[in-house]
Design a protein around this ligand. Structure first.
Ligand code: SF4
Length: 139
C-alpha cells in the first residue's frame, strides 16, 4: 500500500515544473508531518476523543493528570489519575465511566502503568499535604 502511494506521489511530483507548485507540495507534506507528530504524542488517544475532553476536565487537572501525558495505555489502565482518588488505584469508577464504555471494547480493566507518587492525583495529594505541613512550620 505504502509503495503504491509513494509511486503515485513520485509520478505527480515528476510532472511539476513550477517552483510555487513545489512550494505547495512542501507545505502539504509539512502539514502531514505535523499531524502525524501530534497524533504520535497523543499516545493511546491518537484518533480518539480523549478522556479529559469527554469528561470536561478542568485544564489544571488535565495538565497534571497522567492520562494526558501521551502514554500508550488508556486512562483506566493508569494508576494515579484524578478519577481514581484517593488511592489512585480505584478502577471501580472506570467500570461505569463513559470513556471506558466508549473506548474500552469491554476489555477487563487492569492497571498497566502506576504513576502514583510521581504525577497525578496521588502525587498532587502528597504535594498538597507537604505544602500545608510546610505552611504550619513543619518539614
Ligand atoms: S474514570 Fe477511569 S475511564 Fe473514566 S476518565 Fe477516569 S480514568 Fe478514564
Amino acid at each position: 500500500m505504502a509503495d503504491r502511494k509513494i509511486e503515485q506521489i513520485r509520478e505527480i511530483v515528476s510532472g511539476i515544473a513550477e517552483p510555487d507548485e513545489i512550494a505547495e507540495v512542501d507545505r502539504v507534506v509539512g502539514e502531514a508531518k505535523g499531524r502525524i507528530l501530534m497524533e504520535s504524542k497523543r499516545g493511546f488517544w491518537a484518533g480518539k476523543t480523549p478522556c479529559w475532553e469527554m469528561v470536561r476536565c478542568p485544564e489544571a487537572i488535565k495538565n497534571d493528570c497522567p492520562a494526558s501525558k501521551g502514554h500508550s495505555v488508556a486512562c483506566w489502565e493508569i494508576a494515579g489519575t484524578y478519577c481514581k482518588l484517593p488511592s489512585g488505584h480505584d478502577t471501580s469508577i472506570c467500570e461505569v465511566c463513559r470513556v471506558y464504555k466508549r473506548w474500552g471494547d469491554g476489555e477487563v480493566i487492569a492497571i498497566k502503568l502506576d504513576t502514583t507518587g510521581t504525577t497525578g492525583s496521588a502525587a498532587a495529594e502528597t504535594r498538597t499535604k507537604a505544602a500545608s505541613a510546610k505552611a504550619k512550620g513543619g518539614k
